[in-house]
Design a protein around this ligand. Structure first.
Ligand code: FAD
Ligand code: NAI
Length: 461
């Protein structure tokens, strides 16, 4: 057998490992190069999985303390943070090892070390050169930093530090009211921190549907998260008693100092392509450093790029879609990604989920639409569970009735959004959902009722 690989994948995150597995399934000779020592990338090691593990256990802790008594359950409550962290680590460990198993099952060779592309078709790892017909760059992203604010991962932390604090901060100041700020801010608030979020924009969750932004702001405020909107952080200084965070209005002026014990910097992520050799090879990047691609192809023949290091939403499932598509294209099949139907979920309580276009985007594009909405307050399962906050909104084309978007806030909407995504993949009309029998009592009946409300015949409100 030839020593030349069909595919060498650089990076073992959701982009890289899924690409390698799919290539293996398709009978290609494939290896995946990963430098961090474990597979799974940001997502499994310091992203999606550990954050969801802590969101789950902190939510159980809060529910036990806040809601059990009202349901007639008496419980004594004590936080055991080391055990909570240990449970998170066990999950991460099992899942990262699971990928090693999947590699073996699909005949993917795992090469440990950092890869550098030294020439088209050649990747060097620890001084050893590997040859390939195709190279897939899946090197992901890293935390974006603020000038003058040095992350030490103990008191001034990124998401990585926020996933393994050894004690609950008294006062946690979060810079950025995006996904990470709200998810990890929620974790520590539930465990006892006083949380203040400073956001540059006049609203939280940029890019989300305006009605969802407003409802989410109300709900987080009800949970005693403080927001300093339209405000930027200008510096953080260490004091004898903690940290002093200097801020001013986004437009300048109106200075305000805020005291904190821990500061979480959550202002976004940037592509990670350090030491990959892109400059020498002439692989084009855009002005923000993302690898420039056209249908996953870079400007250099035989070199492809996917996932967080390319443009588009920085989401594990977006990377996974691209991974499958690129492996299929390399194998001569018709891989493709439908970027119009990539759901987004924020795993706070209540959860927030969306797919497709927002009302603001439809208005901006001049697309005529109609909207249907249904509150969980009117859903019997949500009532039985005492989880009635939030709503489902469905947007459909005014003339064709094709579903153009769905926006949800409420308990468990992370699971409900898939129904609408599937409908959109099939170019369904809102009436298709409205006329699909949904089991009773389930929270997903709210999706059906919202679809019925598009034509104003929702029957349960
Ligand atoms: P990565 O997962 O970043 O993987 C890239 C890998 O490449 C890394 O392991 C890196 O070590 C390796 N690498 C880099 N350079 C080299 C090299 N030269 N040689 C060898 N290896 C190299 N997304 C969701 O969809 N849902 C979530 O709930 C979610 N939660 C998140 C929570 C947090 C706190 C964070 C930070 C992110 C979260 N994300 C979530 C985003 C998600 O983690 C990323 O979108 C996803 O991991 C991107 O996958 P990727 O394969 O492109 O890159
Ligand atoms: P983000 O882009 O979601 O939010 C960053 C926020 O910081 C924005 O609201 C921005 O306006 C604000 N900001 C930027 N500079 C600022 C400043 N100087 N002062 C105050 N505010 C400032 O980025 P985040 O939360 O860091 O997440 C990074 C990526 O990770 C996201 O793109 C997201 O897709 C991914 N992620 C996804 C999750 C999920 O799918 N559930 C969970 C966590 C992360």
């Amino acid at each position: 057998m030839s020593d030349i690989y069909d595919v060498l994948v650089i990076g073992g995150g959701p982009g890289g490992y899924n690409c390698a597995i799919r290539a293996g399934q398709l009978g290609l000779k494939v290896a995946c190069i990963e430098g961090r020592g474990t597979l799974g990338g940001t997502c499994l090691n310091v992203g999606c999985i550990p954050s969801k593990a802590l969101l789950h256990s902190s939510e159980m802790y809060e529910t036990a303390g806040k809601d059990f008594a009202g349901l007639g359950i008496k419980a004594e409550l004590e936080l055991d943070l080391p055990t909570m962290m240990g449970a998170k680590e066990k999950t991460v460990d099992a899942l990262t090892k699971g990928i090693e198993f999947l590699f073996k099952k699909n005949k993917v060779e795992y090469i440990q070390g950092f890869g550098k592309i030294t020439a088209p078709g050649t990747v060097e790892v620890d001084g050893k050169a590997y040859q390939a017909k195709n190279i897939v760059i899946a090197t992901g992203s890293e935390v974006a930093t603020l000038p003058g604010i040095d992350i030490d991962e103990t008191r001034i932390i990124s998401s990585t530090g926020a996933l393994s604090l050894s004690e609950v901060p008294g006062k946690l100041l979060v810079i950025g009211a995006g996904v990470i700020g709200l998810e990890l801010g929620s974790v520590w608030r539930r465990l006892g921190s006083e949380v203040t979020v400073v956001e540059y924009l006049p609203h939280i969750l940029p890019g989300m549907d305006g009605e969802i932004q407003k409802q989410a702001t109300r709900m987080f405020k009800k949970q005693k998260v403080k927001f300093e909107l339209d405000r930027k952080v200008t510096g953080v200084t260490k004091t004898a008693s903690g940290l002093n965070v200097t801020t001013e209005a986004a437009a300048g002026g109106k200075p305000k100092d805020i005291a904190a014990d821990v500061v979480l910097v959550a202002i976004g992520r940037r592509p990670f392509t350090d030491k990959l050799g892109l400059d020498t090879l002439g692989v084009a990047t855009d002005k923000r450093g993302f690898v420039a691609t056209d249908h996953f192809k870079t400007n250099v023949g035989g070199i492809w790029a996917i996932g967080d290091c390319t443009t588009g939403p920085m989401l594990a499932h977006k990377a996974e879609e691209e991974a499958v598509a690129v492996a299929e294209l390399i194998a001569g099949k018709a891989g493709h990604v439908n970027y119009d139907v990539i759901p987004g979920v924020i795993y706070t309580n209540p959860e927030i989920a969306c797919v497709g276009q927002t009302e603001e985007e439809l208005k901006e594009a001049g697309i005529p639409y109609k909207s249907g909405k249904f509150p969980f307050m009117a859903n019997s399962r949500a009532r039985a569970n005492h989880e009635t906050d939030g709503f489902v909104k469905i947007l459909a084309h005014a003339e064709t009735d094709e579903i153009l978007g769905a926006h949800m806030i409420g308990k468990g909407v992370s699971e409900m959004i898939a129904e609408v995504a599937l409908a959109m993949e099939f170019k369904a009309a809102s009436e298709d959902i409205a006329r699909t029998c949904h089991a009773h009592p389930t929270c997903s009946e709210a999706v059906r009722q919202a679809a019925m409300d598009v034509e104003k015949w929702a029957m349960q409100m």
